[in-house]
Design a protein around this ligand. Structure first.
Ligand SMILES: *Cc1c(COP(=O)(O)O)cnc(C)c1O
Length: 492
């Protein structure tokens, strides 16, 4: 409320002192907003829901769908067209039938962008456009809070599609610059959306097998170099490396790959799906581009996996503002505002301090999970695999004999409300028309069957305790089931 209205309020109540606190509250909100608009960063301290709501309402009131005066009989009041209000004679006027839907979107109905550029200001929706731009600034800031250098993240955009689709859009952007390229060199990771993003974009993946170093699965730099040499740099669109992954695979050697890409003149796209939450991964990405040592063109990272929002968005960032801008220009048409709005609300209400704290808690939870899993494994004839280079996911090698019943163990865990734990036994499989040996385990022959668990952002320490407890009980039951089955088989 503006100062004049507050004066009038004081007049109605005939008492200025009652209004003083309201005035203070108002001044505080104005200060927060001015700070957001001028600094364009995540607030240090998270805002209250009431503060976020009032800023959303203010931005929404700037959009044309909310310019109408009251409309008798309308569901939501969103859509304009009343006498004295806006008149819409276009085919897309932000009309929303259901009040529930209008509310679900905080009365923002125009989406973002224009047909030629997803970050272009939408004339009917300056409020939505502002939210989008502020979200891009805050996303870049959040990546820096998580450890990214200014060199690594010169700018960022949030696309309203998950990681695989966003990687696809990055590939198509690079294609405009490298029309002769047909291949994408891809250090193997057994995650289908990665491979599909390559194939659906119309490129042929050159799968580079990883190598084993102790228990760890690591990048085979020489094999990547040989793959580039075999096809010629011009025929290659990019190297598509992956940081965050299930152990015993470890984050790709982005420093080595970035240097190789720089030397050979091949672009480098990094799938950093949930790597933002690992300081270790962010530092290695910084090191990869520091002092112009190596080449990274773009990073793609999931909004839900890193920032605790519903699935649906991706942050595309990188050292070259022009490339990030080119990705936004390639996007055909307008786009959904929802994933952007979710991130906007979340970054405001979380604040940089709490984000840092969540990252620190995650790191501590990983360490706790590691210790508890190691101790559990020791007493049950299993062994925690030594994978220190992966500081998100862990793997426990299961005793011989479990492999034959791997699916059963996985399903028993799932039915005991343990989600996310995977029992992995590589199998021969075809994905996107490519044959993989040992699919699921990231290499053609991993020596054992294992169980995965991860410590991701937002996990609570108590969940580790519950997990170990359920794992142990499931393990006992599982062994009893197998023993019974084997006795049955022997009797026949
Ligand atoms: C989650 C994930 C993806 C992409 O998944 P989307 O569903 O497209 O967000 C790709 N690669 C890895 C390593 C992932 O973890």
């Amino acid at each position: 409320m503006d100062s004049k209205s507050l004066d009038l309020c004081a007049g109605i109540l005939q008492n200025g002192s009652y209004i003083a606190l309201a005035r203070q509250n108002q001044a505080q909100k104005t200060a927060l907003l001015v700070r957001l608009l001028s600094e364009r960063r995540m607030p240090q301290q998270g805002w209250t829901d009431e503060q976020v709501r009032s800023v959303l309402a203010m931005f929404a009131s700037m959009d044309s769908n909310n310019h109408g005066s009251t409309r008798p009989g309308s569901g939501s009041g969103s859509g304009g067209g009343g006498s004295g209000g806006g008149v819409g004679v276009g085919e897309r006027e932000g009309r929303v039938w259901s009040a529930m839907v209008a509310e679900r979107h905080s009365f923002l109905a125009h989406g973002v962008g224009r047909s030629g550029d997803i970050v272009a200001v939408q004339p009917k929706a300056p409020g939505s456009s502002l939210i989008q731009r502020l979200t891009h600034f805050m996303a870049a800031d959040a990546l820096r809070v998580a450890g990214a250098s200014k060199t690594l993240v010169a700018s960022a955009i949030v696309l309203p599609m998950a990681t695989g689709m966003s990687a696809l859009l990055v590939f198509l952007t690079l294609r405009t610059m490298r029309p002769a390229a047909r291949f994408i060199v891809w250090p193997r990771i057994d995650q289908k959306s990665c491979l599909k993003s390559i194939c659906t974009a119309g490129f042929t993946p050159i799968v580079v097998e990883q190598c084993l170093r102790g228990d760890e699965i690591v990048t085979d730099l020489e094999a990547v170099e040989a793959a580039i040499g075999a096809h010629g740099a011009d025929a290659i669109l990019c190297v598509f490396s992956t940081t965050s992954c299930f152990a015993p695979r470890t984050p790709d050697d982005v420093v080595g790959l970035a240097a190789l890409c720089k030397r050979t003149g091949v672009p480098h796209v990094v799938n950093n799906a949930y790597g933002v939450q690992s300081e270790r991964i962010m530092s290695s990405l910084n090191a990869a581009v520091e002092g112009g040592r190596g080449r990274i063109d773009a990073l793609v990272q999931s909004t839900d996996k890193n920032f605790m929002v519903p699935v649906g968005g991706c942050v595309v960032a990188g050292p070259d503002k022009a490339l990030v801008a080119a990705v936004s220009k390639l996007y055909p048409g307008r786009a959904s505002m929802s994933p952007i709005l979710d991130l906007f609300i979340t970054l405001l209400s979380m604040g940089a301090d709490t984000f840092r704290q969540l990252l620190a808690e995650r790191k501590a939870n990983y360490e706790y999970l590691r210790q508890r899993l190691a101790a559990w494994a020791e007493t049950r004839g299993a062994r925690l695999l030594e994978t220190p280079a992966n500081d998100i996911s862990l793997a426990v090698a299961l005793p011989d004999g479990v492999a034959a019943h791997a699916t059963q163990l996985g399903s028993m865990l799932f039915h005991r409300f343990v989600s996310g734990a995977r029992v992995v036994k590589g199998e021969n499989k075809e994905v996107c028309g490519i044959r993989f040996d040992g699919y699921g385990s990231h290499v053609s022959k991993y020596p054992c069957c294992y169980l995965n668990a991860a410590a991701a952002i937002g996990m609570r320490r108590a969940e580790v305790d519950v997990f170990i407890d359920r794992l142990d009980r499931t393990w006992t039951e599982f062994n009893a089931v197998i023993a019974k089955r084997e006795r049955g088989a022997a009797a026949e």
